[in-house]
Design a protein around this ligand. Structure first.
Ligand code: SF4
Length: 260
């Protein structure tokens, strides 16, 4: 995909957030090359010029982000990032995430979440933080579902391997299991493949409203069985109940289960 890169200077880099478990968000990038079809952050597109094009095809890079964090301290948890992935392809070239991490006050409590194995590049910087956790979004999409929902991020296998390397290096880890879609995610298998490496779990069922009509239509056309369950209240509630039972049986450390 041809990327439209918009380099800009920002006024502020810490923004207040209501995301679970976080007080601040750090977005050195806005927009995301991973272009996940269900992405909830794409609402931001409404406030961007039409000529940016489709979600996933553009990125705003706050070129002064590393300077903005210098000498700053914030109380509470900072989450990186809420409207981008800090480790999409452009990071290899710009190294904004890396430089922000280098300059951040290492006493700040930091939570990083990504779908990319590029995160491993910064392990030595993570080790300098007093309180840090690094999470991988894992959902086991492969083949057709990977191509449709998350065409440009690391494979499921690479993400699990990334989680294991982080753990080996003494970094606190978490697995964000999302989006849970009936018939497409084998929850038991996902948990069993990751439980050795994930310090804790956060589970999230697909947010149909935020995922948007394009995503729902893609499910309808390509995975009719999933669509059937998603759109039948009784069956969907049953699916949620069964999923929760699986999670309980696996006896893992669960921080949250988000049902929309
Ligand atoms: S990686 Fe996250 S921010 Fe990026 S497109 Fe996917 S869901 Fe959206």
């Amino acid at each position: 995909m041809n990327l439209k890169l918009i380099k800009l200077e920002a006024k502020e880099i810490f923004t207040k957030t209501k995301l679970p478990g976080a007080d601040w968000a750090i977005n050195q990038y806005v927009g995301c090359e991973h272009a996940c079809l269900y992405c909830y952050a794409k609402f931001i597109q409404r406030w961007r010029p039409k000529d940016y094009g489709k979600w996933g095809g553009w990125i705003e890079a706050k070129m002064n982000a590393p300077d903005l964090v210098k000498g700053r301290y914030i109380e509470g948890w900072a989450y990186m990032s809420s409207i981008s992935d800090p480790y999409s392809e452009i990071e290899k070239e710009l190294e904004l995430t890396k430089r922000v991490l280098e300059n951040l006050d290492k006493r700040i409590k930091l939570s990083i979440q990504t779908k990319s194995d590029l995160v491993l590049r910064d392990i030595n910087i993570f080790k300098q933080f007093k309180t840090i956790e690094v999470g991988l979004t894992i959902n086991s999409f492969e083949g057709k579902s990977k191509e449709i929902f998350e065409p440009y991020s690391s494979s499921n296998e690479k993400r699990i391997r990334t989680l294991s390397i982080l753990k080996e290096n003494g970094i606190k880890t978490f697995a964000f299991i999302s989006p849970i879609i009936p018939e497409l995610i084998d929850l038991k298998k996902v948990i069993e493949e990751t439980k050795e490496y994930a310090g804790y779990y956060f589970f999230e069922f697909l947010n149909m409203r935020a995922a948007g009509i394009e995503c729902i239509n893609a499910i309808k056309d390509n995975f009719p069985e999933s669509y059937e369950v998603l759109t039948n209240k009784k069956r969907y509630l049953e699916f949620i109940k069964e999923s929760k039972e699986i999670i309980t049986r696996e006896k893992v450390n669960v921080r949250g289960i988000e049902i929309h």
